[in-house]
Ligand binder design. Structure first.
Ligand code: ZN
Length: 276
């Protein structure tokens, strides 16, 4: 029998944990982390985005991402930001508009830009330099997440912030339908983090000061409320149309609010904030 791939978080021995579609899963005996038990080369090949285009990437991004990025830009103080996995630069352009010096890391040829520097590898970024290092929706795609966090911490200046976000595999949705949360045909997402795993990751990377929390519907609620306030003002000024009628009703708001208050650790995503 073949040996199961060792834990991508702590390097410990793991047991096979069944199949998710065509992707074999593993669970670490030491730390309990769940991940796709496939070779690193297969993960790299699946996630290679060199052949894809900025248009395809843009189609994957929702209105929620745009609002969320706008909110992220104002969250941490500083003037220099590095975005790991910057893609088409959606987040970096927002930072640029707010007056920051920006740079990105992305191996995809289409991520290169004339508007800012894009490193193709983490090794090219200056050490101990950035006030803020962003890394959103990246950690679930890489074969070695602990190495990525260590690299992110290395390029942050002392006192700077590393901010990462990943899907939450302890969310209500994941608890009800874990198989739907994981890719069925290829290891596109290969690491299935819970809040406990992110805290463990920080210890692995030697981080001293960090905070993990879940979001998703809670944050969506904030944006929804703001949108609703704008929509209400517009509706008061304009004659009643079908579009105005599609504003969330008090029933919708009640359901979202109940989800928010009842599930502080069950949001769709997890965010990790590490202070260097
Ligand atoms: Zn482990």
């Amino acid at each position: 029998m073949n040996e199961v791939k060792r834990c991508t978080l702590c390097g410990g021995e793991a047991d096979a944990a069944g199949m998710n579609g065509e992707v074999p899963l593993a669970k670490c005996r030491a730390c309990g982390f769940a991940y796709a038990a496939v070779p690193d080369s297969e993960i790299a090949a699946t996630n290679r985005c060199g052949e894809e285009t900025t248009d395809r990437y843009r189609r994957l991004q929702s209105g929620f991402d745009l609002a969320w990025f706008d909110w992220l830009v104002g969250r941490f103080p500083g003037t220099n930001v590095l975005d790991i996995g910057c893609g088409n630069g959606l987040l970096l352009r927002r930072y640029q508009r707010a007056g920051w010096n920006v740079a990105g890391v992305d191996p995809a040829p289409w991520a290169q830009s004339d508007d800012y520097r894009v490193f193709t590898d983490m090794d090219q970024a200056p050490l101990d330099f950035y006030d803020v290092v962003m890394c959103t929706s990246v950690l679930e795609h890489v074969p070695n997440p602990a190495k990525m966090l260590r690299q992110a911490l290395a390029v942050a200046r002392p006192g700077g912030v590393v901010y990462m976000s990943v899907p939450n595999f302890d969310s209500w949705v994941a608890r009800c339908r874990a198989e739907r949360m994981r890719p069925q045909s290829a290891p596109y997402h290969c690491n299935f983090f819970t809040a406990r795993d992110l805290r463990h990751l920080c210890k692995q990377a030697g981080a001293r000061s960090y905070r993990v929390r879940s979001y998703g519907v809670p944050l969506a609620w904030d944006f929804w409320r703001k949108h609703r306030m704008k929509a209400t003002a517009a509706a008061a000024a304009a004659p009643k149309t079908e579009q105005n009628a599609s504003c969330p009703t008090w029933k919708h708001r009640l359901v979202v609010k109940a989800y928010y208050w009842a599930a502080p650790w069950r949001g769709d995503k997890l965010e990790l904030r590490v202070k260097k």
